[in-house]
Design a binder for this molecule. Structure first.
Ligand SMILES: Nc1ncnc2c1ncn2[C@@H]1O[C@H](COP(=O)(O)OP(=O)(O)OP(=O)(O)O)[C@@H](O)[C@H]1O
Ligand SMILES: [Mg+2]
Length: 361
C-alpha cells in the first residue's frame, strides 16, 4: 500500500502542493516550522479523516482562506483517488469521483500508523486516548467495527440526554439501554480479543527498544462486571442522580503495566517513551499481520529523540516496508543521525510550505 500522489490546496501553510511519491522511504528535511509535520498530518487525514494533533478542520485551513483540499492517489490492491474538501459550509469526501456518505464505506481504503510526540498520551494521558487507539486499530482491521461503534455512541448519547430530563421516559430509556448493550457487548468483546495480541507484539517491540528484561502487560479494564445490562439496572438510581451513563465501553480502559506496575505512575520518562513507540509498532505489525501488507508509516521527529540503539528497533518495520513496496514518510531537521538505519532515503527539502526533491548523493 502506498501513496503515489498528494495534492494540497490551502492546507495549513501549503497554498499549493503537487507531489508524486515512489514506494520506499521518504525523508522530509527542513528547519523548524517549515511544514514537515503538516505534510504527515495531511497524509494521516487521508487515512482517518482527522488530525493526529487533535486539531479541528477549521484549524487546517490556511490562514486567511476559507477552505482546504487534500487529494491523493493511493495504490492498494487497486488504485484509488481520494479527495477531501472542507469549508465551514461544505464538506466533501470523494472516492474515485463518487461522494462517500457513510464513513464505513471509506475507512480502511488507506491505512497508516503514525509515530509522533502525542503518542506519550497513550501512556500518560486519560483513558480516552487508549480507547481511541483500540477503536482505531479495530476499525483498521474489522470492516464492521465502526458501524457498531457508531450504533453504540448514538444510543449512549440518546440515553444520556434522557437521563438529563426531569420527567423520565422509561420506555425510551429501556429501548436505548437495549441498543447500547447490544452494540456495547460487541465493542468490548472485540477490544478484549485484540488486547492480548497487541500486548505480545508490544512486548517484542519493547524488547528491541529497551534491550532489557522488562515485562510489558496490557490488560483491558472493563467498567462492566460481565453483563452490561445487569450492571446498568443496578446502577439505575445512581445514574438518575448523576444524570449520565455510568458503565460501558465508553468508560473502559487499557491498562499498561511494566514489570507488573502501572506504567503511567511508575515508569521512567524513557520507559514511557519506549512503551508509547512499542504500542505504535504493535499497531503496525498487527495491521501487516491482518492485511498481509504493512500500513504506510508516518514517523514525526521520533528518531531525533532516540539513541542509535533504539533507532535500530525500527529496522524490522522499515525492512518490511521495503520488501512489500510499502512506504515510510519520516521528518527530521537533519539527515545525519538517520544514515545508519536508512542508507538511501528519498530526500525532500521542506521550506516555507514548499517541497523540493533533493538529488541523491
Ligand atoms: N492553518 C494554518 N495556516 C497557515 N499556516 C499554518 C497553519 N497552521 C499551522 N501553520 C504554520 O505551519 C508552520 C509549519 O508547521 P509544522 O508543524 O509542519 O512545522 P515543522 O516543519 O514540522 O516544524 P518542527 O521541526 O518545529 O516540528 C508553522 O509555522 C505554523 O505556524
Ligand atoms: Mg514538526
Amino acid at each position: 500500500m502506498h501513496l503515489t500522489a498528494l495534492r494540497l490546496r490551502d492546507f495549513r501553510n501549503y497554498a499549493r502542493l503537487d507531489a508524486s511519491f515512489a514506494p520506499g522511504l521518504h525523508l522530509f528535511l527542513g528547519r523548524n516550522a517549515q511544514g514537515k509535520t503538516n505534510l504527515l498530518e495531511a497524509i494521516y487525514l487521508l487515512a482517518t479523516l482527522r488530525s493526529f494533533r487533535g486539531a479541528g478542520h477549521a484549524d487546517l485551513v490556511r490562514f486567511g482562506q476559507s477552505a482546504y483540499q487534500v487529494a491523493a492517489q493511493i495504490v492498494s490492491d487497486v488504485p484509488h483517488e481520494v479527495r477531501i474538501y472542507w469549508s465551514s459550509q461544505q464538506r466533501q469526501l470523494l472516492l474515485d469521483g463518487q461522494p462517500i456518505r457513510r464513513l464505513v464505506d471509506y475507512l480502511g481504503t488507506f491505512r497508516v500508523t503514525i509515530f509522533c510526540s502525542e503518542d506519550l498520551n497513550l501512556i500518560k494521558g486519560s483513558a480516552r486516548f487508549r480507547r481511541r487507539f483500540l477503536d482505531l486499530v479495530l476499525s483498521q482491521t474489522q470492516p464492521d467495527y465502526l458501524a457498531w461503534w457508531q450504533r453504540y455512541t448514538r444510543a449512549l448519547r440518546a440515553r444520556n440526554a434522557l437521563l438529563k430530563q426531569t420527567l423520565l421516559d422509561l420506555t425510551a430509556l429501556e429501548a436505548f439501554t437495549t441498543e447500547m448493550v447490544t452494540a456495547g457487548r460487541i465493542l468490548s468483546e472485540r477490544r478484549k480479543q485484540l488486547v492480548p495480541r497487541l500486548g505480545t507484539l508490544a512486548q517484542q517491540a519493547y524488547d528491541r527498544l529497551a534491550k532489557g528484561r522488562e515485562a510489558v502487560l496490557f490488560r483491558y479494564v472493563s467498567t462492566s462486571t460481565g453483563d452490561l445490562n445487569v450492571d446498568l439496572q443496578k446502577l439505575r438510581l445512581r445514574e438518575l442522580t448523576r444524570k449520565t451513563t455510568l458503565a460501558g465501553p465508553h468508560l473502559d480502559d487499557l491498562e499498561i503495566l511494566l514489570n507488573d506496575q502501572p506504567a503511567a505512575t511508575f515508569a521512567s520518562e524513557g520507559q514511557k517513551r519506549s512503551l508509547a513507540i512499542a504500542l505504535k509498532m504493535a499497531q503496525a505489525e498487527y495491521l501487516a499481520e491482518v492485511h498481509g501488507t504493512p500500513p504506510v508509516l508516518l514517523i514525526d521527529d521520533v528518531m531525533g529523540e532516540l539513541d542509535a540503539e533504539r533507532r535500530a528497533a525500527f529496522l524490522p518495520l522499515l525492512h518490511r516496508a521495503y520488501a512489500c513496496r510499502g512506504q515510510v514518510f519520516m521528518t527530521a531537521t537533519e539527515e545525519g543521525q538517520l544514515r545508519e538505519i536508512v542508507p538511501s532515503p528519498l530526500c525532500w527539502r521542506v521550506e516555507a510550505g514548499a517541497l523540493h526533491p533533493i538529488r541523491s548523493r
